[in-house]
Ligand binder design. Structure first.
Ligand SMILES: NC(=O)c1ccc[n+]([C@@H]2O[C@H](COP(=O)([O-])OP(=O)(O)OC[C@H]3O[C@@H](n4cnc5c(N)ncnc54)[C@H](OP(=O)(O)O)[C@@H]3O)[C@@H](O)[C@H]2O)c1
Length: 176
């Protein structure tokens, strides 16, 4: 399973950091090109590579970590998603199996140690495709967090919506 990241800002970097800590490979990209990511790649170590937006978008699971206003440009003219898993608004990624995840915690908490207070930090996810959610749940578990399925995109999307939803910035730990 390959992982790509579009967006190397606070959330894209935090996600890459959690992957790097678990030794999981991924390709990260931004709007300025791979050269602008040299220092980050050096810091994160060998499992994370810099690439183009197109290279990141080719992965089996693609985390889109771009501000809402820039999303359509960031996703423009990419090939069909043909069943791959993406965390963005469905209409912008035709053919993708959309899972909303990695978006409710502040970036510095997402990047930090998932073990806390004798338990593991919680990450929420939602989506309409159970198999895709299963793959994201397995990834969440692999990087040391506890995943909680919020149900469909319509339900989970609203619960984790910022601002307005009840779950953004709830830094929860599951004990036992
Ligand atoms: N920050 C948080 O703590 C936090 C917490 C929860 C959810 N979120 C959500 O996560 C999303 C990302 O937030 P962020 O704080 O990570 O934003 P950010 O730090 O501003 O980073 C945005 C990234 O998007 C990239 N980008 C913009 N246009 C692009 C394009 N056309 N092609 C490729 N990449 C493009 C930027 O590339 P360049 O680096 O080249 O400019 C940058 O790396 C937002 O929707 C935000 O609401 C953020």
């Amino acid at each position: 399973m390959t992982i790509g990241i579009i967006g190397s800002g606070a959330i894209g970097t935090a996600f890459a950091r959690t992957l790097a800590r678990a030794g999981i490979e991924a390709t990260i990209s931004n709007s300025r090109g791979a050269d602008s990511l040299k220092a980050l790649i050096r810091e994160l170590g060998p499992s994370i590579k810099a690439g183009t937006r197109e290279e990141a978008a080719r992965a089996d699971i693609v985390l889109v970590a771009v501000n809402w206003s820039k999303l359509s440009a960031a996703l423009a003219s990419l090939p069909d998603w043909s069943g791959r898993i993406s965390e963005v608004f469905a209409e912008l990624v035709p053919g993708a199996r959309v899972v909303k995840a990695f978006n409710h915690l502040r970036a510095e908490i997402l990047a930090g140690d998932p073990c806390a207070e004798g338990g593991r930090r919680v990450l929420f996810y939602s989506g309409n495709d159970n198999a895709a959610k299963g793959e994201v749940a397995a990834l969440i578990d692999r990087i040391g967090f506890v995943g909680i399925d919020l149900g469909s995109l319509a339900v989970g999307g609203k619960l984790t919506q910022f601002p307005g939803g009840p779950l953004p910035n709830q830094n929860l730990v599951k004990v036992g």
